[in-house]
Design a protein around this ligand. Structure first.
Ligand code: SR1
Ligand code: MG
Length: 424
């Protein structure tokens, strides 16, 4: 594995002007888009926090070229970040494609030294977060997301994998050191104190100080960070928000797994729930009253479908693919015992963790460095603060009461209640 420190002379960030010359000799590129770079149209479209992303369109097709920068793009070169995250992203895409075929873009080519991945161009897909802000529905979304989370959680764990293979993989991904450190700081720590890069909307101070003065809440968050940092039960995407999903009206794919690591099974699904809840709470600023209820209820139905599908698929895999060292048939079915209850107990633990991770993600997106467009696009600051306050309240309720919300219906009931509250 190469780091930027090892390759100062060889690594060169691409530009739209240099990309043609640099990639013209790569078979995987030219056979897909055409061999003469003079015919290529190159656009840099990266609007994320970290990387360069180019759409490269040729006479015979189009590809995406994603290249890591040696620093955090959102902040600048004062915050260096290793290029080797592209190495882990490539490995993650390969594993996700195996564990849930068709769920991620196909990788055409990977260059470790240049930290670049050439991959399938998804069209006419659009970033899901934008679709949710624009009030567009996606058929089958919850089913797709629930299956992805269940398949990657189950098939990346020792419920399914051979233990030596899984342990080797944990060792490999443990090399992605600085990326989890971002999550540990920005997601789990910074929202709960006056950290340097934090910012929040005027008017939220009373809610923010009530969170920061709640030592029990902070202890619960720290317990979840301990699980995030130390529990390597499965390979998680690590940053599964609505900006990491691309959809058409009927199809979706998961992108951008550079925050991959081995972590707790409830992490990805918790992040997802948070992003649908943030879409839900921000809707009054994006919709006319006539369509607001319908769209908000659709968002809640996606949450329900995601969770229900996750549990059904996990249970199905439990019955059909339990080939790892955990909960072996020899201890259950082999001795005439059912293992359904054991599966249900495990799913109940995953659910409680997921609710906690969900609450934390809701907090960090309104208090820490990296906010999201669901709220940031709201121009009227008073409206924004009022909706963000509901979001903060819901996040706190989830962290405090994760153990008492026994079902997704209870979660949705709570969301509907908080959505009617005037917090400020
Ligand atoms: C400094 S990186 C900020 C955020 O962008 C990524 O998408 C992750 O969500 C990270 O927390
Ligand atoms: Mg990302």
């Amino acid at each position: 594995m190469i780091t930027v420190m090892d390759t100062p002379d060889q690594y060169q960030p691409l530009t739209p002007e240099t990309l043609g010359g640099r990639l013209a000799s790569i078979d995987a590129v030219v056979e897909r888009i055409g061999s003469d770079p003079a015919d290529w149209v190159v656009r840099e479209v990266g609007d994320g926090n970290l990387n360069l992303v180019f759409i490269v369109e040729g006479p015979e097709g189009t590809v995406i070229v994603k290249q890591a920068l040696p620093y955090v793009r959102l902040v600048g070169d004062s915050w260096p970040l290793p290029l080797y995250r592209a190495f882990f992203e490539n490995h993650a895409l390969v594993r996700q494609a195996e564990r849930d075929p068709g769920s991620v873009p196909e990788v055409h080519y990977f260059d470790e030294t240049q930290a670049l991945i050439v991959m399938e161009f998804l069209a006419p897909h659009k970033i899901l977060r934008r679709k949710l802000i624009d009030g567009e529905k996606v058929e089958g979304l919850g089913g797709f997301l629930g299956r992805f989370c269940a398949r990657t959680a189950f098939r990346g764990s020792e419920l399914s994998m051979k233990s030596p293979d899984k342990k080797k993989d944990v060792g490999l991904f443990a090399g992605n050191i600085e990326i989890p450190a971002i999550t540990e700081a920005l997601v789990f720590t910074d929202p709960y104190h006056d950290a340097e890069m934090n910012h929040h909307t005027d008017g939220l101070d009373p809610v923010v100080s009530s969170l920061r003065s709640d030592a029990r809440l902070k202890a619960k968050v720290q317990r979840l960070m301990m699980k995030f940092a130390s529990n390597t039960e499965t390979m998680v995407h690590g940053d599964l928000h609505s900006g990491s999903i691309m959809s058409t009206g009927t199809q979706s794919r998961i992108i951008d797994p550079e925050f991959v690591q081995y972590g707790p099974m409830g992490f990805d699904i918790g992040m997802l729930l948070a992003n649908f809840l943030m879409a839900y709470f921000s809707q009054p600023a994006h919709r006319e009253t006539a369509s607001l209820d319908d769209y908000q209820e659709w968002l809640l139905s996606v949450i329900a479908e995601t969770v229900n599908t996750f549990e059904e698929e996990f249970d199905h895999l439990w019955k059909t693919e339990r080939t790892g060292m955990l909960y072996p048939e020899a201890l259950f079915e082999g001795q005439g015992h059912q293992s359904e209850e054991a599966c249900a107990d495990l799913l109940a633990e995953i659910w409680v963790d997921a609710l906690g991770f969900c609450g934390i993600e809701m907090h960090r997106r309104t208090l820490s460095l990296a906010h999201n467009a669901d709220f940031e696009d709201i121009e009227d600051k008073e409206v924004k603060a009022a909706l963000e306050a509901r979001n903060l309240q819901m996040g706190a309720d989830l962290i405090r009461n994760a153990g008492t919300l026994g079902s997704v219906e209870e979660l949705l009931r709570l969301a509907r209640q908080v959505n009617k509250k005037d917090i400020l």
